[in-house]
Each structure stands twice: as C-alpha cells, then as structure tokens.
Design a protein around this ligand. Structure first.
Ligand SMILES: *Cc1c(COP(=O)(O)O)cnc(C)c1O
Length: 351
C-alpha cells in the first residue's frame, strides 16, 4: 500500500515533552523568556475576520522587516515555516545526489533526515579534538555543497568569520555553502557581510530560539537575490502560502522590537558564561559556547547517566546516543533560577 520511498525514511526525534509531571525544560534550546510585549499587542490586535482571506504568499511586509534588521535588501531574504521548512527547500534546490554533501559528523541532526528524504549522499567529516570544525576536512572530499551550523549544534562552538572566509575562498564558487545561523544572536558574528563577496553563500535563520517563537514557526533564508528567486520557484512548486497571516503580523512586531531581543539574548549569553564556569567548578568539561546551550561531560559518568539522574530530579536536558558524543549532555540555558536549580541537581548526582 505504501510507496517504496517510505520504507527508507529516517525521521527526526525532537526533544521529549513528557506529560507525567512538570519539568524544568532545558532540552530543546527554547528561549526562557516570552516574545516581545509588542508581539502580544499584535496578537491582541489581530483582526480575526481576516482569517477568511489567504495570507500574502510572499510575506512582503515581514520580509521587509526582517531585511531591515539583518541590513540587506528585501529581495535577499525569504521566510518559511521555521527554518526546518527552509532547510527542506535548500536540500531540494541545491543538492542533486550525484556528489555527496559534506558536513561535520556532529551537527544539526535534521540535515541527514532531509538527505535521506531526498536520497542525497552525505560525506560526514570528523570534528577536531576540541570539537571545532576543520575547514581542511570539509574541503577534502569531492562534494556538491557544504552545510553546517554556526555556532555548531550540539557543540556550541563558533567558527570565526576569518575561517569561514577562508573556507569560501578555497571552495568552488559555484557550489553552495549553507551556514545555519540558528544560534547567531547569542554572541556569534553573522556571515551576512560575506554575501557581498560570495554568491554561493546561503545563510539560514530561525526565530524559534532567539526570538522566542518556537511555537509560531518562522525561519528565513538570506542569500543573493537570484538565489532567493530560485528558492521561491521551489517553494511555489510545493506550497505557495507558507506563512499564515497571524504569524506574518507577529513576526513584523518582533522585528520592530529588536532592542527587547538584544536585551534578553544578552542576558542568556551572560547566564551561559556564568553557568559554564559553575559547571567547570563541579568538574565538568564544558565546550566554550556561543549558543544558548552548553555541551559538557564529566569523566566517570556517561551522558545517559547524567541525563537520567537530572530527569529524576525534574529537569530535562538532552543526551544524544551518537558515537563520539555519547558521554556529553546538551543543556539549554534557561533563567538564572532554573540554572541554579540544575546546578543543585548536578551537585547531588551520586557517582
Ligand atoms: C532549532 C534549529 C533549527 C530549526 O529551527 P525551526 O525554525 O524551529 O525549524 C534549525 N537549525 C538548527 C541548527 C537548530 O538548532
């Protein structure tokens, strides 16, 4: 009864959302703060009668508002239902499966899901000892494109713009380099200025983390305008009304309160740096992070043990059972109070 292609599917496993008790949730890199008060106002003022109309298929106002915060022209950005949808279109637009797509072995785990969905070969290259991404290793195999997150997930490590510039300089200028900047607002430096020099650079953003919009589903792609036009052709061949009219309005309101987000994301970065130190003092090895999470391990404890002990104490963190990082846990940064509760729980792990 099912198509052949369904048999090979390998779906993504999101962070768990158990209902058995109330947990402190530090497992999905969600923002601990609510969206801007301007977003609440926009939601309250939304004219429900407009729901009978189709939304603007190109989310023109939203596109303009986002373009102005990233300081590019509106024809260089496009919006999608979360960056996961954008990524799906990216895989479809650029990668054809003849040569593999190169990516670090540990990066966002949705990339392999799309590769298998579209039947695209992958070539995974190891990370360096300190979990940074080696550009030599990314460049070595023959490939049809490169994709990774910067800061990377789940390590939190940031690749400097200098290194990214070197990568782009040494790579074929007609093959895409896709940089997923899901966590860029927590202290990294965006690659947007490099778009002037590199036509093959494609940048992905999401509002889920730094704009407290995970439930609203909003993401963007930033690239040269002709790349965006091709991207639109792909999108319109699949679903030409992606962003609903409520989220279009809320997204505009969020873009208009950039100061609010700067404030909460700076606070998260401060909490992260403080928490990383505290965790270090408890004997944990913490990878320096520029994201809203930290990746850490403690010798003598497996990642699964840490995860399970912490869960018993009512706090959810993330453990990946992937070879090479199985002893690490990924901890999203919440409020100071939540992180203090977590530190207490960690201190009480018996080992
Ligand atoms: C969370 C995340 C996404 C997905 O974001 P959505 O906009 O919620 O789909 C994409 N890439 C990375 C690296 C992420 O961590």
């Amino acid at each position: 009864m099912y198509a052949e292609r369904v048999k090979i599917l390998n779906p993504y496993v999101p962070g768990e959302q158990p209902k058995d008790r109330v947990y402190i949730k530090l497992n999905a890199n969600e923002n601990p703060y609510p969206p801007s008060p301007k977003v609440r106002e926009a939601l309250q003022n939304f004219d429900y009668s407009q729901l009978r109309r189709y939304p603007d298929p190109d989310a023109t106002e939203l596109r303009g508002a986002f373009a102005s915060i990233v300081k590019v022209s509106p024809d260089m950005v496009y919006a999608g239902n979360g960056s996961d949808e954008i990524l799906s279109f990216i895989f479809y637009t650029f990668f054809d499966g003849k040569l593999p797509v190169v990516l670090p072995v540990h990066t966002y785990s949705f990339y392999p899901v799309y590769a298998s969905y579209y039947n695209i070969a992958l070539h995974k290259v190891p990370l360096e000892e300190d979990f940074s991404i080696s550009i030599d290793k990314l460049l070595k195999p023959e490939s049809c494109g490169i994709i990774f997150a910067n800061p990377n997930a789940p390590t939190g490590r940031f690749m400097s713009l200098e290194k990214l510039h070197e990568l782009l300089t040494r790579y074929d200028s007609d093959k895409p380099v896709v940089v997923d900047e899901a966590y860029i607002d927590f202290g990294g430096e965006t690659a947007v200025p490099l778009l002037k020099e590199f036509h093959n650079l494609v940048i992905i953003r999401t509002f889920s983390k730094s704009y407290s919009f995970a439930g609203a589903r909003l993401g963007f792609v930033i690239a040269a305008s002709d790349v965006i036009n091709t991207f639109i052709t792909v999108k319109n061949s699949f679903n030409h009304f992606p962003i609903d009219s409520i989220v279009q309005k809320l997204g505009v309101a969020a873009c208009e309160d950039y100061e609010y987000y700067e404030k909460i994301n700076t606070e998260i970065a401060k909490t992260r740096d403080w928490f990383s130190k505290e965790l270090g003092q408890l004997g944990y090895e913490v990878i320096p992070s520029k994201a809203n999470f930290v990746f850490a391990k403690k010798s003598g404890l497996s990642g699964e043990e840490i995860y399970k002990e912490i869960k018993r104490k009512g706090i959810l963190i993330r453990h990946f059972n992937h070879s090479g990082i199985e002893n690490h846990v990924r901890i999203s940064i919440g409020t100071r109070e939540e992180m203090n509760r977590l530190l207490d729980a960690i201190k009480n792990i018996s080992c």
